[in-house]
Design a protein around this ligand. Structure first.
Ligand code: NAP
Ligand code: GDD
Length: 334
């Protein structure tokens, strides 16, 4: 039975990846941070009630800033595949917490790589969660693996550092290590303070009468939005290749925040402009105007392509958030 270790398993992608690997017969291990209240909500269905383990999933307390703990876990588990998904992943918060963000995003990735290398784990394959944010406002469209990096926030700077460490470990030490350069991907499990989820959750709360207004920042930004479920499949596919590499994972289509408002409010027959106000505090010191990715390399190398459309993604998110707010989605023509 293959063994995988996932950092960031309690996050959006970690939860979908754990489900995918378990469905493929893996024994999955995950690193979780100790928190005063449980942070395993997204993976509780994979665990025995009240325990840190399930039939195919075992959780271990740890933190990617703690080298000694990472080394001990790699030694103990001897994973065939390591997926480094841990991050302070919020771009705006990275402007407020640049040092912490860098410690997790940049040094955390390096510490994971060192733990794998020092274990002499020649059989261990490594996945790094790189991001379209590495391109920033590069003004070349669409972005692919050859597009120069121009990181425009502390989070993206940390991810560029980690990208090059992964490339270096591949070239210098022969590690099977890959960078998935993933463009934005969303789901009903997306954190509440990312824009798509903030919109679908806000919409559901407005319909339920629990919220009056939805406060947003830059509505003109354009993103290439896919579904997290499709994207974790690409992570796994990268590690099944004969050697490591760097791959863009995207849909090739870009939409503005305004478009996402049109789509999600439109599903319930509402006009978002009656409910949305702009809050200047939500504007960033620099924002990236547009991301749009070219995923041809991944399609050619291992046949990956996105399956779920933005319309279906928005519908799933709106339906799930309506249910969370005890509103019956059946009353709408979804
Ligand atoms: P997410 O929902 O914010 O999850 C982040 C995960 O990292 C959580 O499990 C979090 O644990 C964990 N974490 C944070 N700091 C840690 C630390 N010091 N040690 C160990 N774990 C730590 O992010 P996501 O959307 O799933 O994204 C997964 C990865 O892909 C991230 O690296 C992100 O930067 C990258 N990425 C995401 C996207 C996207 O659009 N979603 C696109 C490109 C790249 P807690 O639950 O305890 O907070
Ligand atoms: N979060 C947020 N909240 N964003 C808003 C808001 C708001 O109220 N109003 C407008 N936006 C705009 C942001 O300024 C940005 O241009 C866009 O919506 C998307 O913001 P987020 O959903 O926070 O995502 P992101 O693009 O900054 O970062 C996400 O995608 C990256 C991949 O490109 C994160 O998941 C990163 O971790 C990931 O690397």
């Amino acid at each position: 039975m293959k063994k995988a270790l996932i950092s960031g398993i309690s996050g959006q992608d970690g939860s979908y990846l754990a489900e995918l690997l378990i469905s493929k017969g893996y024994e999955v291990h995950g690193i979780v941070r100790r928190a005063s209240v449980s942070n395993t909500r997204r993976i509780d269905h994979l665990l025995h009630p009240g325990e840190m383990r399930g039939e195919f999933l075992q959780l271990h307390f740890g933190d990617v800033t703690d080298s000694s703990r990472l080394a001990a876990l790699i030694d103990q588990i001897e994973p065939n595949e390591v997926y480094n998904l841990a991050a302070q992943s919020h771009v705006q918060i990275s402007f407020h917490e640049p040092v912490h963000t860098s410690e997790v995003v940049a040094l955390g990735a390096l510490k994971m790589l060192e733990a794998v290398r020092n274990a002499g784990a020649g059989h261990t394959r490594f996945y790094q969660a790189t991001t379209s944010e590495v391109y920033g406002n590069v003004n070349i469209s669409p972005q692919d693996e050859k597009t120069p990096f121009h990181p425009d926030n502390p989070y993206a700077c940390g991810k560029v550092f980690a990208f090059h460490q992964v490339r270096l470990y591949r070239e210098a030490y022969g590690l099977h290590a890959s960078n998935g350069i993933l463009f934005n991907h969303e789901s009903p499990r997306r954190g509440h303070n990312f824009v798509t989820r903030k919109i679908t959750r806000g919409l559901a709360r407005i319909v339920a009468g629990r919220q009056d207004k939805l406060l947003l920042g830059n509505l003109d930004a354009r993103r290439d939005w896919g579904h997290a479920k499709d994207y974790v499949e690409a992570m796994w596919m990268m590690l099944q290749q004969a050697s490591g590499g760097d791959y863009v994972i995207a849909t090739g289509k870009s939409h503005s925040v305004r478009d996402f408002l049109d789509t999600s409010f439109g599903l319930l027959g509402l006009d978002w402009s009656d409910h949305v106000d702009i809050d200047p505090k939500l504007l960033r010191p620099i924002d990236v105007n547009e991301f749009i990715g070219d995923f041809s390399k991944a399609r050619q190398a291992f046949g990956w392509e996105p399956k779920i459309s933005l319309q279906d993604l928005a519908r799933e998110m709106v339906m799930t958030d309506l249910l969370h707010e005890d509103v019956d989605p059946a009353q709408f023509d979804l």
